[in-house]
Design a protein around this ligand. Sequence first.
Ligand SMILES: [Zn+2]
Length: 472
Amino acid sequence: MRALSIIALLLSLLSGCALNPVTGNADFVMMSESQELSLGRQADEQVKKQYQVYPSKALQDYVNGVGQKLAKKSHRPELQYHFLVLDSTEINAFALPGGYVYITRGIMAYLNSEAELAAVLGHEIGHVTSRHGVRQQSAAQATNIGLTIASIFVPQVNTMGGQNLSNLIGGALLSGYGRDHELEADRLGADYLARSEYNPQAIIKVIGVLKNQELQDAELAKQEGREPRRYHGLFASHPDNDTRLQQAVGEADKQTVNHPVEGHDEYLQATEGMVFNDNSDQGVLRNNAFYQATLGIGLQFPVDWQVHNLPKSLVAISPKGEAKLQMKLDEKPEGTPEEYAKRSADSNTVESLEINGLKAAIATRANKILAVIYLNDQAYLLQAEAKSEAELKPYQEVVLATIHSFHRLSGAEAKLAKPLELHMVRAQEGDTYRKLALSSPLGKSAENYLRLINAQYPAGEPKAGELIKIVE
Ligand SMILES: [Zn+2]
């Protein structure tokens, strides 16, 4: 029964070869344009369930305006394109078949001009015009692994149990289409930039900025034991040394106009006030103090530790990376914090106490310290860990101080729980990123962040009189 419906679906997708809009040649694509559009529409609904749309009409209009300008100059100008800014810290942009293009505010924080925004959108438009999503699916069908992909795209024939769009997003759309398709998207993006009076070299610049961000994030990810965040268009080598990329983009240079639009100030004005890093639902870090208004909690991590707000936990790493302190949330179980701590830490060394008026317990066991704190219907678990007891020992005091800083958020503090924002300022004579970092709420990473978002990583400095981005 199930097998039959999938075969029926696959047959319905078999509609012979279509013409490739970019090359004009017959393409090994088993899908008509109307099927492509309906596929895009359905997947777009899934994306909107998965992500929040960024709630600023002005910013949406700006991005849409730039995108539509490029789309009109593309190989498929008759398609109806949709450009959407997603309220996500992910560094990403992606496209669905049929003209749906998404860009996260996470990636937008690292761009520095309208031309760079156009470069990201142009690359994604390139995936749409050359039908990479569709071609990918056709190739997969041909080798009979299309079952999974088709069922993900069409949720009602979901045969894979837990499969859903996130698997799909984690797959082809977000991880990219392989080196050749990415290069093709870059080449087409560069072409659309030139036709829209932007400098095609903005593609190389963007890839350089994102590469630096990736290198920095890879370092942090290693410490945190998580997967690094990657933009799908990035490959191993740095764009400056990437001859195939240089070549792909270089073709478009021949048609470059004399005075291409850069739009540095315009872009900073358009993104003025944009949320940076976590939004209020995720909780906010200010100089390693964490505030979460919905849960009504606050605590202070050691100021020289690296703190990261991950989807399911907060993780703080000691300066040299030997110790880790993680906070997780659980439903409050039956019984006391002491019982919970005993059970979780498998330890009999448990101290029962009150932390700022809240029932709590702290368990210790060799290389671990576990605190359990009850507040409302939640149990908060703070666990510190190192490879050995000896490596944890030097941090015992700051770990306990962090645990003891946990408290119910006061009314006065609630305003600190509002998210960080990007703001533009005019650099003054003598400004350095180190100096600007001193008054930044970004804590230990402030100098790196400020350099990265202003495309001055690793060693550039602001020039007096120019507009730069800061975080407040
Ligand atoms: Zn791509």
